[in-house]
Design a protein around this ligand. Structure first.
Ligand SMILES: C[S@@+](CC[C@H](N)C(=O)[O-])C[C@H]1O[C@@H](n2cnc3c(N)ncnc32)[C@H](O)[C@@H]1O
Length: 279
């Protein structure tokens, strides 16, 4: 029962997305029809293969299904491609839950950090339980740092981390500190086409591009790519959503480099938006 409630809860964003697109009821009706068809087949199976005991667990794997989050697959592709281009000796990741990292650890030494311990660690991984705001790694040491869809959550408490409204700025300062000159940061987070960031409290922040640039400050931008949630594809900057409603966010993928001549005096920006206006 508990796992059933958890499963429904995990599917909620996908259901809401279908509802917004006006597809929820047709998808649920099609699923109901599928379940009826599979139960008929199950009865036939029982007749034809009596040597098997049978329990019902009906799954539709024929399409992406409603649990599928295309943006996550897109971000894993983006980050894997960036790592493949950099060919680092090791990867350091912040906010590290989890399937993509297991794949990364298959070919590279991996250092991970999360406020929540992982269910499964792998032999090529060194996991640190801790906060992104206080990284356990040495200054100027990291060649390749990744953080996928985690920054926006830091300090908002929804993962059990302490409440700190400026935790994202502190985490970015730490990213700057641990990167070695010439090292790369591969960062994904939520973004808006608006000039002003917003927060879906306590689910996560949604950053304006101006704010991201201000925060990443003294690093050099190598690449920026955008993924649209309503269009479910890569888009240009001008196609990002601009509404101020709970689900109007898109995904930012960026690769940034710490310059060889890193100016500590510049450090990170305070994360201001590009203009004070709201649109
Ligand atoms: C949305 S998940 C992203 C997980 C993974 N990077 C991915 O893309 O699948 C955000 C992760 O950040 C972690 N997290 C949240 N606040 C944190 C904090 N202040 N310090 C370290 N990790 C934190 C959460 O525990 C969670 O694993």
């Amino acid at each position: 029962m508990k796992s059933e409630i958890l499963r429904l809860y995990q599917q909620l964003p996908a259901y809401l997305s279908l509802l917004r697109r006006g597809q929820l009821f047709s998808v649920l009706a099609a699923h109901r029809q599928y379940v009826v068809q599979q139960r008929d087949r199950m009865a036939v199976f029982q007749e034809q293969c009596p040597e098997f005991s049978i329990v019902e667990e009906i799954i539709d794997r024929s399409s992406h299904g409603i649990q599928h989050a295309d943006y996550q697959i897109a971000q894993f592709w983006y980050a894997s491609r960036a790592i493949a281009a950099l060919v680092p000796a090791e990867v350091y990741d912040i906010g590290s839950h989890r399937p993509w990292l297991i794949g990364v650890a298959a070919g590279l030494r991996l250092h991970t950090l999360d406020v929540r311990p992982p269910d499964l660690s792998v032999p090529t991984e060194v996991f640190h339980e801790g906060l992104a705001e206080k990284l356990p790694w040495q200054s100027d040491s990291v060649e390749c740092l990744t953080s996928l869809c985690a920054l926006e959550h830091f300090g908002l408490g929804s993962y059990g981390d302490p409440y700190d409204p400026h935790a994202d700025l502190k985490a970015v300062a730490e990213m700057h500190r641990v990167l070695r000159p010439g090292g790369h940061l591969i960062l994904t987070t939520l973004c808006t086409g608006r000039n002003k960031s917003f927060v879906r409290f306590n689910a996560g922040r949604v950053y304006s591009l101006g704010r991201l640039h201000e925060m990443l400050g003294a690093l050099e931008v190598v690449d920026e790519t955008f993924f649209s949630m309503p269009l479910q594809r890569f888009v240009s900057k001008s196609e990002l959503q601009t509404q101020l409603v709970p689900h109007a966010w898109d995904i930012y993928f960026g690769t940034w480099k710490k310059p060889l001549q890193y100016d500590r005096g510049v450090g990170i920006g305070r994360g201001k938006d590009s203009t004070g206006s709201d649109g």
